[in-house]
Design a protein around this ligand. Sequence first.
Ligand code: GDP
Ligand code: IMO
Ligand code: MG
Length: 422
Amino acid sequence: MKVDVLLGLQWGDEGKGKVVDVLTPRYNVVARFQGGPNAGHTLEFEGQHYVLRSIPSGIFQHNQVNVIGNGVVLDPVLFMEEATDLEKSGVDIKKILKISRKAHLIMPTHRVLDAANERLKGDGKIGTTGKGIGPTYTDKISRNGLRVGDIDNNFNEKYLTAKNRHLALLKALGESPDVSELEARWMQGIDFIKQFDIIDSEFYINKQLAAGKSVLCEGAQGSMLDVDFGSYPFVTSSSTVCAGACTGLGVAPSKVGEVFGIFKAYCTRVGSGPFPTELFDETGAEIRRIGHEYGAVTGRERRCGWIDLVALRYTIMLNGVTQLIMMKSDVLDGFETIKACDAYEVNGLVTRDFPYSIEEGITPVYTEIKGWNTPMSHLTSEDQFPQEFKDYIAFLEEKLGVPITIVSVGPDREQTIIRNMK
Ligand code: GDP
Ligand code: IMO
Ligand code: MG
């Protein structure tokens, strides 16, 4: 068996959580491979609304095992809160969730460092989620990190060494935070994690595959936030692209099967950084209002714009996407005309390839498409699609070169139309 990977092709919040939940019954294991509680993955079913941050979105379908992989960074306090809420809603989480020994721990001082780094950047700040993501991955790469597997291995000493190092860095920045309260709660979180099945997840996943079991890997953030290929430095600190599933779970590239690339029928971004198709006008505000485009984690307004096919072709290439999933099509139901950016004009030259920098001098070249002007949220199969929407799908498939196999017409699990999925 191979692992299938589902990941975001834009700047995050494409609807990954919803689709992972829908696809979970087809798999035996669902695993997160990168990111941490900077993610906010929303699921809606049976009138309930949940936002998951570190726990995979396969957690509600009962029989599947969910894994937090080695590539994830885990905040014990936020994890404890998230897991406790799920337990209250009847999920037997200790039975079905496993955590990698090699996942790195987000410490209270990582969050303080995140805030300090942002302050230092001034106007150039990234607009992070403030969850300590950057400093935790920095410690991982600089070989100073603390891992889940350290919890029962000289932990207090390792924690103190890491904390004192952070305090020295903060002192050099002129800060002497008192983290004692945060620390007490954090230690409760550490005790809470001890109750879970802590595993060597690379062996677990590979043994499952060898035994013929199927695995779905759930991405967080989006490919345009990838640390290598995203709009650097306005990115997150992990590999959000498909290759991240290999390093974040310990599966070989030859073990990757289908790659589901998920995108919105338009485009959004939270935080700072360039966004070529951003709309600053009434249309952008209308998309935000209809699409409820506010951050699931921070509540921040999401910046809205038209779909960017230049960026999508780039991320489809980087990820080797085999199937596309289009979300939030219903949000455009009332628009007379829809625009799609098929090329950029850069210093007078038109390009269809994604440039090194999109910070300045990019003018999107738009193709106008007739809107379908029909409500679609109640539709249940593709033969009910209005002709103009079918034309929009055909247009996107032609421009992107990959079939759209799932179309989402609302936030609920049921509002998902599976087309010709492999
Ligand atoms: P994720 O981070 O990729 O899992 O996405 P988020 O949960 O942050 O953001 C997606 C938002 O869109 C959530 O509020 C979902 O409930 C909502 N949503 C998902 N699919 C659809 C859809 O097809 N139509 C509409 N209107 N909302 C959707
Ligand atoms: P999901 O998984 C949208 C953005 C932040 C900021 C940048 C860096 O829900 O799609 P970080 O805290 O990671 O250091 O912030 O990345 N960002 C996201 N934007 N969705 C997310 O996750 C995001 N996670 C981080 O807004 O611009
Ligand atoms: Mg989100």
